[in-house]
Design a protein around this ligand. Structure first.
Ligand code: SF4
Length: 345
């Protein structure tokens, strides 16, 4: 798929999913995560109130955003998380998902299960305790699995698994996760590649990156059906969606499939980077963040609302996605090679 220039002009269908980072705080320090998780570290005292989060989100929903993921850091660390969920639900969003890796106790789980969240998305890279310890640095796996199993009986759940080279990139690791989900009656697992080209990461962390083609080949062979899909608005990396017996749906997201780049990318020194333009993020302190890796071009939507200005930043943010261009894997490789050659001159 390559989008031609004429398709790019104000394409209203390229509306991104919104990831609301309600906090950048987290209890964990997983070996692959960035400081601040889905955004940059934001001090606790700068986090928006539930009402402010809802006001910012409303501006985006008015412009067509209808897929929202609540994320962090760890969103369940916020004591007012259920107030946030309740206010977001009033905006009549089609898809409201919460991504977590930590549930405090049964009471919190029970409130989550009766909340308006459509999908509970559990980050779970392995069902093996030694691997879990290696990735997470603690031994809380069994407790966490117990909560996932209770949740699966009441809510639609999804599991997010980052494949890490030399840790959980064996077919047997993948099969263990699939069997775990089958035993719960089915569900969705998304396998993600590790984001490998962030310069702040040490070389040893970059060595965790694994190409997921091996997984696609293996799963397609076993599949009942498969197709290629994209995330909200047709953006993000095209993903393989594979149906397996036992009501299992697998998504494989790999940067190897190509990526979208927008107006903020073409003059960026990291262009063409790994993750590219995928989802729009609302930071804990009310900024719109279009790029996972940059905080030099955040758009202060909370400030605009506070000062009663005419809303222009939402359009500016959404234009980045409306006009984003898809690059195939080969195009990305050629651009990278060109950048390397230029550096040598
Ligand atoms: S997504 Fe961000 S880091 Fe990547 S090329 Fe675009 S602006 Fe640069």
């Amino acid at each position: 798929m390559y989008i031609s220039d004429s398709d790019l002009l104000n394409n209203p269908t390229q509306i991104p999913q919104l990831r609301i980072v309600v906090t950048s705080r987290c209890l964990h320090s997983c070996i692959y995560c960035r400081p601040g998780g889905e955004t940059f570290p934001v001090p606790f005292f700068n986090e928006m109130t539930p009402k402010q989060i809802a006001l910012c989100t409303e501006r985006l929903v008015e412009k067509g955003v209808n897929e929202i993921k609540i994320t962090g850091g760890e969103p369940l660390l916020r004591n007012d998380i259920f107030e946030i969920i309740g206010l977001l639900n009033k905006l009549k969003i089609q898809h409201l998902e919460l991504i977590t890796r930590y549930i405090k106790d049964k009471e919190q789980l029970s409130r989550l299960l009766s909340s308006e969240i459509n999908i509970l998305n559990f980050s779970l890279d392995t069902v093996s305790l030694p691997q879990w310890k290696q990735i997470m640095g603690n031994d809380n796996l069994l407790n966490y699995l117990n909560f996932i199993e209770i949740a699966a009986k009441k809510k639609k759940i999804k599991i997010n698994t980052v494949i890490l080279r030399g840790i959980n990139d064996n077919i047997s690791d993948v099969n263990n996760l699939i069997t775990y989900l089958q035993n719960m009656g089915g569900g969705t697992i998304k396998f993600l590649d590790y984001i490998s080209d962030i310069p702040e990461y040490t070389p040893s962390e970059n060595q965790l990156s694994s190409n997921l083609n091996f997984l696609v080949d293996y799963l397609e062979d076993k599949s009942l059906a498969y197709e290629t899909i994209t995330a909200a608005g047709g953006l993000g990396h095209p993903m393989k969606k594979i149906k397996l017996p036992g009501e299992i749906e697998i998504l494989v997201k790999s940067a190897d499939a190509g990526a979208f780049y927008g107006d903020i990318c073409f003059s960026c020194s990291n262009y063409p980077c790994h993750d590219a333009i995928m989802a729009l993020r609302l930071t804990p302190d009310g900024k719109l963040q279009r790029c996972l890796r940059r905080n030099d071009n955040l758009l202060d939507i909370q400030g605009e609302i506070f000062h009663g200005c005419e809303m222009t930043l939402v359009d500016k943010a959404l234009d980045t996605y409306r006009t984003a261009r898809f690059h195939t894997r080969n195009e990305i490789l050629q651009l990278r090679q060109k950048a390397i050659d230029n550096e040598k001159i």
